[in-house]
Ligand binder design. Structure first.
Ligand code: SF4
Length: 458
């Protein structure tokens, strides 16, 4: 684990210091999860849609070579310039090169988790380019100089008051204002000028269609369209797994995406881009950045089916009570915890352990990724590769020896109960992490096994 990054458990402990705030965070995300449930139940064919989406993505993952080449060819025929980036550095250099070529030093950007993954904003800013995030949530976290805490709801960790204070400081709104309509209007006025004066706009890509060379960007604010339509250059960046074979498949994914993400029947703007308008340049940057490696990991390749809806975060009891920033990765929550170790096992070895393995994430995933199984499998890989702390390794070995020897197990249980009764301070002390937030329970008089044996004889 890199010394510069706080591990998930430690960061969660900091997050949990303010209990009413944690409860609020938990309830807010659970509200979104409930909206998703209600909305999905309105579609009798919901499970068939999930099966179809998972099947299409399965096909995609085994035909990426053909589909990506077909997409490139069609996009070029449509007048779009296509670039390939092997990693984050190449992606960032391509974007910088395009801006420099056109002598552009200011750009608007709509939501793109890929650019977060590549740390593009920091890179461009270091190279003299001003990047303005135009998604409201993204702009809020940008003004706070922090990363998004959620892939769909970037500022979900902030209350209205936090945003009122921030806008008062940066946008000159009235002190103490918390009315969402007033604050949103202030942000709209602030962003309007940026849209009108920027010559370049960057967007993400939700789905790229191999059959047509077109792509779809989904937003609720219309900010991607506004940026792309006004700019001389539109740069769209996508991880290569965003490809889908046919236009008709969009009907499956668009219905699943919005319902899973926010419980809406459809995202407000599902914008289809195909070719640049006259006088405009359109570029697509297709990025690998570790995806080929993940594709080659048999147990984890399905994680590339992800359509970034965020449902697994909203339902996860650990995410809801630890916050997105505890995951120290662009994509947080359950899906982030299976993508992150692929990028850097040393830095992200703690993340697959940030789960109860309850399986709620897999139950809600619209593309049926076996998320909790993958979290469990990553733990085994990380232990084998030596990325688990020694103390945990020794503890698990000791536990495994005990569980493999029934008599030793029974004796240990008896000893443990005796010690807890006679010397409670042995467990109720600051050295025991379980004691930090809860009272240790009274030890039972006998084990279940003893009780069962005794009662079965009667
Ligand atoms: S893993 Fe599934 S539930 Fe989680 S963000 Fe991706 S598509 Fe949504």
């Amino acid at each position: 684990m890199s010394k510069t990054v706080m591990e998930h458990a430690d960061a969660s402990e900091v997050f949990n210091r303010d209990e009413p705030y944690v409860n609020w965070h938990d309830e807010t995300l659970w509200f979104v999860r409930q909206k998703r449930d209600k909305s999905s139940k309105q579609l009798p064919e919901w499970e068939q849609l999930r099966d179809a989406a998972s099947g299409i993505k399965h096909y995609v993952l085994s035909h990426l070579d053909e589909l990506l080449i077909s997409f490139e060819q069609k996009a070029k025929e449509n007048g779009v310039q296509v670039h390939w980036a092997a990693n984050a550095a190449e992606h960032n250099e391509i974007v910088l090169g395009l801006l420099k070529k056109h002598k552009i030093d200011k750009m608007v950007k709509s939501k793109s988790m890929l650019t977060e993954e590549c740390h593009m904003n920091e890179f461009l800013q270091k190279n003299g380019i001003e990047v303005i995030d135009t998604d409201l949530g993204e702009r809020i976290v940008q003004l706070r100089n922090e990363p998004p805490s959620h892939i769909v709801l970037p500022a979900i960790h902030l209350k209205k008051k936090d945003i009122g204070d921030l806008f008062h400081e940066h946008l000159g709104t009235d002190a103490g204002a918390t009315d969402p309509q007033y604050l949103t209007e202030a942000a709209r006025q602030h962003l309007r000028d940026k849209f009108l004066t920027r010559r370049a706009a960057l967007t993400g890509v939700n789905f790229a269609v191999a059959e047509t060379g077109g792509f779809v960007v989904s937003t609720n604010e219309g900010n991607a369209d506004m940026g792309a339509h006004l700019a001389d250059i539109h740069i769209a960046c996508m991880g290569f797994e965003k490809i889908i074979p046919k236009q008709e498949h969009l009907g499956v994914f668009l219905r699943l995406l919005a319902r899973s993400a926010t419980g809406q029947p459809i995202t407000t703007y599902s914008s289809h881009f195909k070719k640049p308008r006259e006088g405009q340049e359109m570029h697509i940057v297709i990025v690998d950045n570790g995806r080929s490696t993940q594709l080659g990991r048999k147990d984890f390749r399905n994680s590339l089916k992800c359509i970034r809806c965020g449902a697994c975060m909203n339902t996860c009891p650990v995410y809801r009570r630890s916050g997105g920033h505890s995951y120290h990765n662009a994509v947080a929550g359950p899906i982030g915890s299976i993508l992150a170790p692929n990028l850097d096992m040393t830095k992200n070895a703690d993340l697959p352990f940030a789960s109860t393995l309850c399986g709620s994430c897999s139950n809600v995933c619209p593309v049926k990724i076996d998320i909790h199984d993958q979290l469990y499998k990553w733990r085994q890989v990380l232990a084998k590769e030596g990325h688990v702390p020694k103390s945990k390794e020794i503890g698990i070995r000791a536990m495994s020896t005990m569980l493999a020897a029934p008599r030793f197990y029974q004796w240990s249980g008896r000893m443990g109960r005796t010690v807890m009764r006679a010397m409670p301070f042995m467990v109720n002390n600051a050295l025991n992490p379980w004691y930090k937030q809860r009272d240790m329970p009274e030890p039972p008089k006998e084990s279940f096994r003893d009780w069962y044996v005794r009662n079965r004889k009667n």
